[in-house]
Design a protein around this ligand. Structure first.
Ligand SMILES: O=C(O)C1=C[C@@H](OP(=O)(O)O)[C@@H](O)[C@H](O)C1
Ligand SMILES: C=C(OP(=O)(O)O)C(=O)O
Length: 431
């Protein structure tokens, strides 16, 4: 995508039926597990975003044959020890999921790897995976004592670990689970509360030796996985922009079909419903071990609420667009215990505070959240994406209800997770 800036204007109603592209988290994991399984894995509904292509290209660089007929990916799995050394640095682009999960997967290989990414990714914290992997026996060097990429990984045998993670992070959990597939004995990961469990579900789908329960997730090392067929559901994190748009724009009724509604991801639905949003889950079903539904959204008057605790983890990527909903809700919305937002593609607390203030909203920042006082109408604004796809899309949603519209600079980043965002936006706002 080559778009440099884009403007949205007040819309008359968000109407019709759309399907959003495949889930980003599940798409990454399908390539990783398919590549180290024995036999063929097929993936339908793969998200064709830049982040997922970073993962796909990494495995091609390590000798995995991955066919693509435009609809289905066919991965010729190499088995646990079938990857070969990439002959260059592996570039993870903007993708935190790629670099952190790959660090776990590459630490126990019999070869050397170097992982890097774009200027945003090279600023993000890596010690959260490098630290516990080191306790398992991994040899990983990085800038700032292993905190920042590029990361250099000298593969070596690992030993299982019981790790109590200080953060509820699916990237930390999944990195250790992938390392645990190779480690001697058992690897147990205990989280402060359950983060998205796509890895647990997919490990089971591929036949890994895995147990889950109140005492965390346990992986027994040394068991081969078996290639499987996967259908990737629509990404609820992408649907979120259209859900909020349909709630905020008067005279809207939107059906979003085939959205993943894994309970570890539906915090956005719980938060918006608690704010007074009308969201119905229809036609609930299951695809490749993941729950899926169609979502029917109607314009609603929203009210401010308090958001803290485990729902924060279940809605972590949706906070930029939740801030937009809060800006138009009656009263105050208080977000707490969301410090993780400061270490995403950008500091999402600071970015949304700056951008909403530009549109006339009163926002108070705290260390781990913010307080947003709703207004009846947003003002016209010109803002930056800060190189963050979710900030860009959230502010374009804000433009649909801002007198005079919103212009966002540097929107090419949207291609990392949602390549079809602009055509879909044009489709649902067309009159
Ligand atoms: O495991 C994953 O696929 C992801 C986990 C989350 O990150 P953290 O693990 O850092 O919370 C999320 O923000 C990211 O978009 C995708
Ligand atoms: C945080 C995100 O992704 P990642 O950590 O994979 O870069 C996101 O997509 O919002």
């Amino acid at each position: 995508m080559n778009v440099q800036s884009y403007s949205t204007q007040p819309a008359q109603g968000i109407r019709g039926e759309i399907a959003v592209p495949g889930d980003k988290s599940i798409s990454h994991r399908s390539i990783m597990l398919g590549s180290i399984a024995r036999g063929v894995t097929t993936v339908r509904g793969f998200l064709r975003g830049e982040d997922n292509f970073a993962t796909l290209n990494a495995f091609r660089a390590m000798g995995v044959a991955i066919g693509d007929d435009g609809e289905t990916l066919t991965i010729n799995g190499k088995g646990l020890y079938g990857l070969s050394e990439a002959d260059d640095v592996i570039d993870c682009g903007n993708s935190g999921t790629s670099i952190r999960l790959l660090t776990g997967l590459l630490a126990p290989q019999r070869f050397y790897s170097v992982l890097t990414g774009d200027r945003y990714l090279r600023r993000r914290p890596m010690k959260r995976v490098v630290g516990p992997l080191g306790q398992m026996g991994a040899c990983i060097l990085g800038r700032d004592g292993g905190e920042k990429a590029p990361l250099a990984i000298a593969g070596r045998p690992l030993t299982g670990l019981e790790y109590r993670s200080p953060v509820a992070s699916a990237q930390v959990k999944s990195a250790l689970m992938l390392a645990g597939l190779y480690a001697a004995g058992e690897t147990r990961i205990i989280e402060p509360h359950l983060s998205r469990d796509h890895s647990e579900r997919m490990f089971r789908h591929f036949g890994a030796a895995i147990e889950t329960g109140a005492t965390g997730v346990v992986i027994r090392g040394g068991h081969e996985l078996t290639g499987r067929d996967i259908i990737v559901p629509g990404d609820i994190s992408s649907a979120a922009f259209f859900i909020v748009a349909a709630l905020l724009v008067p005279d809207s009724e939107l059906l979003i079909t085939g959205v993943g509604v894994n309970p570890t991801r539906t915090g956005i639905l719980d938060i918006l419903t608690a704010m007074g949003g009308s969201i119905a889950l229809l036609n609930q079903r299951e695809l490749s071990g993941e729950p899926v539904a169609d979502l029917l959204i109607r314009s609603s008057a929203l009210r401010g609420i308090e958001i803290a605790g485990e729902v924060v983890t279940r809605a972590i990527d949706e906070f930029p667009v939740i801030c937009v909903a809060a800006a138009l809700a009656e009263g105050k919305t208080v977000i707490r215990e969301a410090r993780e937002l400061r270490v995403k593609e950008t500091d999402r607390i600071a970015a949304m505070a700056t951008n909403l203030r530009a549109a006339g909203v009163t926002v108070a920042e705290s260390d781990d959240g913010m307080e947003i006082t709703g207004v009846e109408r947003l003002g016209a604004a010109t803002v930056e994406s800060f190189g963050d796809h979710r900030i860009a899309m959230s502010m374009l949603v804000a433009g649909l209800v801002a007198a005079g519209g919103v212009t966002v600079h540097d929107v090419a980043c949207i291609g990392t997770s949602f390549p079809d965002f602009f055509p879909l936006l044009e489709k649902v706002t067309a009159r």
